[in-house]
Design a protein around this ligand. Structure first.
Ligand code: HEC
Ligand code: HEC
Ligand code: HEC
Ligand code: HEC
Length: 500
């Protein structure tokens, strides 16, 4: 065959044909590319607005009219059927599973009821139902402050705009009851005009400010974790105004938060058996996650808990926030080649290992509290017990730091194991010290242990009247909650929402 240049020399029209042909092909390719880009942009931004609503509209179903895919998948967080080895979407009665926890929280509301959480759609109902929030029959009844609602839904930023942040926190739980009725939703994470991710919780913004950082300058990938860090973090209620504060000023390690609390001599409560000044760890999910390899490699919470989903050629974010083990193909398997069975086994292996030492710490700590009480009853002095109480405080902080973060044995297995290991050492030290104190008073026997083999027995031992607590709660649920919901519905009916 002749070279193309010679062919063109013989037949010049052929050159023109190739030239024009190339132009047409390039033009068509351009059209395809632009259509693909446009479609992708459409998938994210272009939607047919069906409704116009206020910036702080708290109702998920109103936003849902504009974004049906995200709304429908988000509603699936109400599904409680999925069960994994330790977690899943159902409510788990943790005190029944490990009655030692009743002892660990003696004198604190957690000893009444503590459940492993379920999906976001349950947030309001669960906080109303739980015995910890008591049964306030009037707006000024305690025991809980408004702060308790802070991580429960988009009515919170709405009310903070209305009445002020400090005022929200220093109100009572019951005063905010008729206001906070919509579970965690769209306005908690999104700007209603641009749909961009936004941080709505002052606690996170202020914690960053004190570290000299501006949370609004975070990268897009950082925001895909930081929206979760508004709630899935360690925090405490600061001072009389119960101002929600993240103890991050000294850093993100377990030790730096303990140092923060020690410096201000903070205690959530005094333990009713051991009399130790205790710290209740909340759920340092984000903080512990920062010590895992996935955080190190730039993986975000949303990558595993909110994977992409395709439906009718449209790719969008699956808002069914849940255990990734219920959807391994679209979560882990996006990055890992192994089959689902193996990946799940990897998770369980880490969880089993941590559970083993964590349970050991639970049992050891419960014994330490009971033995400390025995020493007090025998007449031990404040001076003799000082070091014991310090050790118990430190040991339980370490236990709770990991126990309260349900995902940490997978998110950061080594850091979690390190913290539990340090807790075990302190709990054993405390028990040795108590033995010394008892010996100095002439008691050399083993301290007798009560029967705490079930939740009911443990609760009876620490003096809780569960019958009374439950009947008060039932009355509150039957009379007050319907009033709160009625008030809320009447208020919401006046919002200027417009169908278009
Ligand atoms: C406004 C506060 C808030 C925000 C923001 C938030 N969560 Fe939650 N999350 C909660 C609360 C409260 C619960 C427990 C609800 C219950 O048990 O009633 C929960 C429960 C969960 C659960 C357990 C659900 C199950 O089915 O096992 C997972 C997983 C979870 N959240 C992940 C996330 C992720 C990932 C993000 C960020 C994309 C996030 N959350 C953002 C407050 C929040
Ligand atoms: C806990 C935080 C959180 C809540 C609550 C939430 N979203 Fe999202 N949403 C996200 C994240 C994270 C993304 C992914 C954003 C990204 O990577 O750009 C997202 C993305 C979106 C997008 C962009 C398109 C897409 O699918 O990626 C829309 C639209 C959206 N959400 C609508 C909603 C609506 C409607 C609700 C309420 C029913 C809602 N979201 C509730 C965190 C949340
Ligand atoms: C967005 C990508 C991404 C996703 C999604 C992801 N991983 Fe990973 N994973 C990584 C990277 C990167 C590493 C670091 C190891 C490496 O660089 O090869 C890693 C490491 C690991 C390791 C070894 C480190 C350790 O913790 O011991 C395990 C096990 C693992 N992943 C399991 C999972 C499972 C299970 C899931 C789903 C729940 C998952 N991964 C989801 C990217 C991902
Ligand atoms: C690499 C994947 C991955 C990333 C990234 C990740 N998680 Fe998880 N998460 C898991 C796995 C796996 C579990 C264990 C689920 C189980 O046991 O069913 C889990 C468990 C949880 C749980 C407890 C779930 C339950 O059923 O009670 C919460 C809450 C949670 N993660 C929140 C977060 C938050 C917040 C972030 C970001 C700070 C995050 N996760 C980042 C994989 C991930």
């Amino acid at each position: 065959m002749k070279p193309i240049s010679e062919l063109i020399k013989q037949k010049p029209w052929l050159g023109w044909l190739i030239f024009l042909g190339t132009i047409v092909i390039v033009f068509l390719l351009g059209l395809i590319a632009s259509s693909i880009i446009e479609r992708r942009a459409e998938a994210v931004f272009a939607y047919t607005p069906m409704v116009e609503h206020e910036k702080w509209e708290p109702r998920l179903e109103v936003w849902g009219k504009n974004f049906p895919r995200q709304y429908e998948t988000y509603m699936q967080t109400a599904d409680t059927t999925f069960v994994s080895k330790y977690n899943g979407a159902r409510k788990i009665d943790m005190l029944a599973k490990a009655p030692e926890m009743v002892i660990l929280w003696a004198g604190y509301p957690f000893s009444k009821e503590y459940n492993q959480g379920r999906g976001h759609m349950w947030a309001i109902e669960d906080v109303q139902n739980i015995l910890r929030t008591g049964s306030p029959m009037t707006p000024t009844d305690g025991p809980m402050p408004g702060t308790c609602w802070a991580c429960k839904g988009p009515d919170v930023p709405r009310m903070m705009k209305n009445i002020g942040i400090a005022e929200f926190y220093s109100s009572t739980f019951a005063q905010m009851g008729p206001e906070v009725v919509n579970p965690i939703g769209c306005a908690d994470c999104h700007d209603s005009e641009t749909m961009a991710l936004q941080i709505t919780r002052p606690g996170l913004i202020e914690a960053f400010q004190r570290q000299g950082k501006d949370v609004s300058k975070s990268t897009h990938q950082e925001l895909r974790s930081l929206v979760c860090a508004q709630c899935h973090v360690e925090y405490y209620f600061k001072g009389e105004g119960k101002y929600l504060t993240f103890p991050w000023d000294k850093g993100f390690t377990m030790e730096s938060m303990e140092a923060y609390y020690d410096e201000i001599a903070f205690a959530d409560w005094t333990h009713s058996l051991s009399r130790a000044p205790m710290i209740k760890a909340q759920h340092p999910d984000y903080e512990l996650f920062r010590f895992g390899v996935h955080y190190d490699r730039g993986v975000s919470c949303a990558d595993c808990h909110m994977p992409y989903k395709s439906q009718g050629g449209v790719k969008f974010t699956n808002h069914h926030i849940q255990s990734p083990l219920n959807n391994v193909a679209n979560t882990c398997a996006v990055c890992h080649r192994e089959d689902a069975e193996k990946l799940i086994a990897n998770v369980y292996q880490r969880q089993d290992a941590l559970q083993e030492t964590r349970s050991l710490l639970e049992v050891t700590l419960a014994k330490a509290h009971i033995e400390a009480k025995f020493a007090w009853d025998k007449g031990a002095s404040e001076k003799q017990m000082k070091n014991v109480l310090k050790l118990i405080r430190g040991a339980q902080w370490r236990w709770d730091y990991v126990a309260a973060s349900h995902g940490s044995s997978f998110h950061a297995p080594f850091e979690s194991a390190r913290v539990i290991g340090l807790g075990l050492e302190k709990a054993q030290e405390a028990r040795i010290e108590i033995t010394r104190v008892l010996a100095s008073m002439g008691y050399a026997d083993v301290v007798p242990m009560p029967d705490i083999s079930t939740k009911a027995k443990a609760q009876e031992y620490i003096g809780l009247d569960m019958k009374k607590l439950n009947s008060e709660k039932n009355e509150f649920l039957d009379t007050i909650i319907p009033q709160w919901l009625k008030q809320a519905m009447e208020r919401e009916a006046t919002y200027p929402t417009k169908n278009i």
